[in-house]
Design a protein around this ligand. Structure first.
Ligand code: SF4
Length: 359
């Protein structure tokens, strides 16, 4: 199973048509142009738009039951299904905003939103992260710039009641270099928790003042993500010149300060393999993070159309296995498990095969 997921996420999937019927996740913060697919009981995100043209994997509708046949090099290898469009997507707020513009379903049971769809770094290519498409969905009017706490609370409640979502991801563009989004995440989480009991992960850059961690926890945020994306100074400076001004030391300090607040394993980071870091560099960094009690969620880079890295290929399955194999063993030895995370990307796990290497 781990081999299949790793290969699918590296090569992508060519869809025979749009019969699967579910729009893929396009644009937004972080890796996109993905489609959720459930295979052998696990839902994973697989690239389908811009990196699958040469993939050995193809999908074809299997018949009226809605399942899909997956082929590798023309040989049928199994059946899969695509999560149905959630029911909450059909609703809108009193002021007329469709719920799907406020938050979207990720994987099978995760509600995700980018609270602020703007970022101080994005408008200038000299500072923006080259993999990021946070402005695209806004420009295409598929979302709104600022989701208010009231809107988020309303959508979260309905997504739980109508579709049984299990946890929620609140990410944000970086609005300033002081709290770096922590304040708006606190306001959002507080309103959501008042409306519905839903575990929340918040994601932001390290705030300047570590006291924000206690405020975030008190506001109802269960897990925290501070995403490194790349770990080597040269790669960071090249791929994300603005964010690289926040040094690795600042991140390590923030990790050390936040773990006692959120708990061991409840703070995580997202590392994109395939941006130029060597496997050794990613593993060395992961070792330090695990020692601090931080879960390093390593995912394969997926190029996003319209970004400067649109033509950069995803990493090979062999490269991913050279990281995820040793990393899975390190996590096991430290007893740091994705299943213990209360909310967020590490718990969801759909963007990486990492969880299957923890077993
Ligand atoms: S791992 Fe994170 S970004 Fe990927 S589908 Fe899950 S919640 Fe979304």
């Amino acid at each position: 199973m781990r081999t299949l997921i790793t290969d699918l996420q590296s090569y992508g999937l060519r869809l025979a048509d749009t019969a699967a019927g579910i729009p893929a996740r396009r644009g937004g913060a972080g890796p996109t142009d993905h489609k959720a697919i459930t295979i052998a009981g696990r839902t994973v995100m697989v690239p389908v738009f811009n990196d699958a043209s040469a993939s050995p994997f193809t999908a074809q509708p299997a018949g009226p039951d809605g399942t899909t046949l997956i082929f590798r090099d023309g040989q049928e290898i199994g059946r899969a299904s695509f999560p149905k469009a959630p029911r909450f997507y059909a609703h809108q707020t009193l002021d007329g905003i469709p719920y799907w513009k406020i938050a979207t379903l990720h994987s099978a049971d995760v509600l995700a939103t980018t609270v602020l769809q703007t970022c101080i770094r994005y408008s200038d290519r000299a500072t923006s992260c080259q993999f990021c498409a946070i402005g695209q969905s806004l420009a295409e009017r598929r979302t709104i710039a600022h989701k208010t706490p009231e809107q988020l609370a309303e959508v979260a409640r309905m997504a739980v009641l109508l579709d049984g979502v299990k946890h929620m991801v609140l990410t944000t563009g970086t609005p300033n270099v002081i709290d770096r989004g922590a304040a708006v995440l606190c306001d959002s989480a507080f309103a959501i928790k008042a409306a519905i009991d839903l575990p929340i992960q918040a994601q932001c850059e390290p705030p300047r003042d570590h006291s924000w961690f206690r405020r975030m926890r008190a506001a109802g945020i269960d897990s925290l993500g501070m995403h490194l994306e790349a770990v080597t100074p040269e790669v960071r400076a090249r791929i994300m010149p603005g964010k690289a001004t926040v040094s690795m030391e600042r991140y390590y300090d923030a990790f050390a300060a936040s773990v006692p607040v959120f708990g061991r394993g409840q703070v995580s980071t997202y590392i994109l393999a395939g941006l130029g870091d060597t496997a050794e560099a990613i593993l060395e960094c992961s070792e330090k993070l695990i020692a601090l009690g931080v879960y390093p969620f390593v995912v394969p880079f997926v190029p996003v159309g319209g970004t400067p890295l649109a033509d950069r290929p995803s990493p090979t399955p062999a490269f991913m296995r050279s990281i995820l194999g040793p990393l899975g063993r390190m996590l096991r030895a430290a007893n740091l498990r994705s299943t213990e995370i209360k909310a967020g990307c590490g718990k969801c796990g759909a963007c990486s095969a990492l969880a299957s290497f923890e077993d």
